[in-house]
Design a protein around this ligand. Structure first.
Ligand SMILES: Cc1cc2nc3c(=O)[nH]c(=O)nc-3n(C[C@H](O)[C@H](O)[C@H](O)COP(=O)(O)OP(=O)(O)OC[C@H]3O[C@@H](n4cnc5c(N)ncnc54)[C@H](O)[C@@H]3O)c2cc1C
Length: 434
């Protein structure tokens, strides 16, 4: 271990010796973590971080893991929104938004996709019209994960119909719990309702919550997506995933109980992690299943499991690369699409291998089924990986055009005023509204 690593280890351990206790509430622990900078070690020192690089984040996370410490609050606000505010927002916005994100008293959702604007996100039709020092928002978003348990949303809305589509968008941080916003949960084929359709009817958002200028929203949106596709910017610790937010109901619970519950859940879903490659040897991973169900003498299965193993390792390396970019203060950029694409391919292979290894048992759900029904559950969950955060086809387009430098497809819609385009439900003969 290098001298620098020794120093980081000593600092993290001394902080944990002083401040960590199973008896704290989650709110108290996250507050201490935010003040120490160890919750978000790659954030700048002035904004709840340590100004560290990807190695510092990895090492701090490892120490948290070894000691069974509850990690920093996770969620879209912490992993995408905070870094976007630091990069595209102003000082006052950092002062207002970052404390709540760092301490986990606030969670954010992502109001991007619409019924007519998913892959073509720049075609978003939700309108924001200026009214004094506020904006009035009308339109519809869809597939909004976590809208019911978060306080604010990152909203992409059209501020100018006469500008070309990429240039007439605003990026707002909007309060979710207000009369102009109606949230309806959508049922997924997994049986759960993680995402929602959301209707905006004269919803209001302060001009002070506009990130950048009106019309600059696309730049902030692409930064958000780069974080989403590559490496969600670095929160420390194993229990990240515990989303920070007041509405999420976690803050006043005792840390020890939350950890115990997470442990029980991991045991139920069979996530016994290997110290070196936890992504590969969770008990439901094909690498583990093939041994448990004694299918390691089947050459086809062996070949596909090796392929799966290689994909996951490559994925981890790509993730490290975009982590290093983020930690060096650079936006993860279009190469994060490669990470996202690897994840999709590995997920599909996993979906196919589970049933190949378990046979008919893979169709059963519930605690009495093989591996607790986890294989059936991951089969129905699998399609979401290649859609959420931008589809595989869209990632391939980005890699082709922005990483490999291939020529763009001819596209008039980039230069014409938005109101003249045929996008989503918009028709030139009906006009795009006023
Ligand atoms: C689990 C999950 C969670 C999500 N959470 C959120 C969230 O929190 N917030 C949010 O805003 N959105 C969220 N989404 C939405 C997601 O971002 C969109 O579903 C995704 O961008 C695709 O858009 P779409 O569904 O409109 O499909 P479409 O854009 O209509 O695409 C349909 C098909 O056409 C293909 N296609 C489209 N354009 C091209 C092209 N130019 N070249 C080649 N093929 C093309 C696509 O690849 C796809 O196969 C979530 C989705 C999922 C599955």
């Amino acid at each position: 271990m290098s001298e620098g690593s020794h120093a980081v280890r000593a600092e993290v351990e001394s902080f944990l010796d002083d401040q960590w206790s199973l008896e704290l509430t989650v709110r108290e622990w996250w507050q201490r973590l935010a003040q120490s900078g160890w919750g978000f070690p790659t954030w700048p020192v002035e904004w709840f971080g340590r100004g560290g690089d990807a190695d510092v984040l990895t090492l701090a996370s490892r120490i948290f893991h070894e000691r069974g410490v509850l990690g920093a609050p996770g969620g879209l606000g912490q992993t995408m929104g905070g870094p976007v505010v630091m990069q595209h927002g102003n000082e006052e916005q950092c002062r207002r938004f970052l404390p709540g994100l760092a301490a986990g008293t606030e969670g954010w959702c992502q109001f991007f996709s619409e019924p007519g604007a998913g892959s073509d996100l720049a075609g978003a039709q939700t309108r924001a019209v200026r009214d004094g020092d506020e904006w009035i928002v009308n339109g519809q978003k869809v597939w909004t994960s976590g809208a019911l348990s978060t306080e604010r949303g990152m909203l992409l809305a059209r501020t100018d119909l006469d500008a070309p589509k990429h240039k007439g968008l605003g990026y707002f941080i909007i309060e979710v719990d207000q009369p102009g916003i109606e949230i309806r949960p959508l049922k997924q084929m997994t049986g759960q309702s993680h995402f929602n359709e959301v209707f905006f009817t004269d919803a209001r958002v302060a001009d002070a919550n506009l990130i950048g200028r009106p019309g600059d929203g696309w730049a902030a949106a692409t930064t958000t997506l780069a974080y989403e596709r590559g490496n969600r910017a670095g929160t420390v610790g194993v229990a990240a995933g515990a989303g920070g937010s007041r509405r999420g109901g976690l803050l006043d619970r005792v840390v020890g109980d939350v950890i115990e519950e997470a442990r029980a859940l991991r045991a139920r879903t069979s996530e016994s992690a290997d110290a070196r490659n936890p992504g590969i040897v969770g008990r439901t991973s094909p690498v583990s299943l093939v041994a448990e169900f004694e299918r390691d003498d089947d050459p086809i299965v062996r070949q596909r499991v090796s392929q799966y193993y290689s994909l996951i390792r490559l994925s981890e390396m790509n993730r490290e690369r975009s982590r290093a970019e983020a930690a060096a203060g650079r936006s993860p950029g279009p190469a994060s699409s490669t990470t996202k694409l690897f994840r999709s391919v590995a997920t599909r292979l996993n979906r196919d291998l589970g049933p190949q290894i378990l046979g008919a048992h893979a169709m059963l759900v519930g605690p009495e089924a093989a591996v607790g029904g986890a294989v059936a559950a991951s089969t129905v969950q699998a399609p979401s990986t290649s859609i959420a955060g931008g589809t595989d086809e869209v990632q391939r387009n980005i890699i082709g055009e922005r990483v490999l430098g291939l020529p763009r497809e001819p596209d008039d819609s980039r230069t014409l005023p938005f109101r003249e385009l045929k996008v989503g439900t918009q028709r030139p003969d009906r006009g795009a509204g006023s």
